[in-house]
Design a protein around this ligand. Sequence first.
Ligand SMILES: [Zn+2]
Ligand SMILES: [Zn+2]
Length: 243
Amino acid sequence: MSLKEAFAPLVDLVYPPRCPSCGEAIAAQDGLCASCWGELVVPSEPACSRCQRPFDAATAEAKVCAPCLADPPRHDGIAAGTLYNEASRKLVLAFKHGRRIALAPMLARMAAARLPQLDGEWRVVPVPLHPWRLWRRGFNQSALLAREIARLRGLAVVVDALARTKRTPTLGGLGRTARARALSGAITVRRSRKSQLEGASIVLVDDVMTSGATSDACVRALKRAGAERVLVACFARVIDEAL
Ligand SMILES: [Zn+2]
Ligand SMILES: [Zn+2]
């Protein structure tokens, strides 16, 4: 019996399992109620060949989406567990700010399920938090997801490959150029980890991918350090941004 199983009855007694999204009573701490499950939207085909942005039927003949055509992405694909909507937003809030870290395996499972087959040696790297924010929150939500994804896919995780060396403002509300400026030089590869990244294939993990500016800064740093390809895996992807 694992420690988690051993303590589960105690935890359940003190905090009866509730759906993190709507508060409905559920069977276990790490899931959702059936109706909230039904509200999560998994990205569908057809999709952009570069970034997997789902196309509606009208644009289905296109191979590459307009944002990727206008500005070819640095990453080598995006595996999003869900499209960002009210249901996934509530889950992320519960996970990140409500400290429902027991949700990590489920969120990671949904992201991992969207990854293609990964041949060769891959390393899983989380988007870093600034130390100050890490200290306030007590955990890096992306690192929790990265560990789970690595476990699920049998990959190595390098949890501290990237570091945030500069505090950045909230990027929401900033335009593209302002975002890029705010992030310039903010994310770097840790010198001691460089040898593990050179020539490597990387799964970069974020909880929510909004404009893509943060993950882009991470991909840039990883590729500068010699990473050969970088796939981005996230639980929820905001899709209408940048369109
Ligand atoms: Zn619910
Ligand atoms: Zn695209």
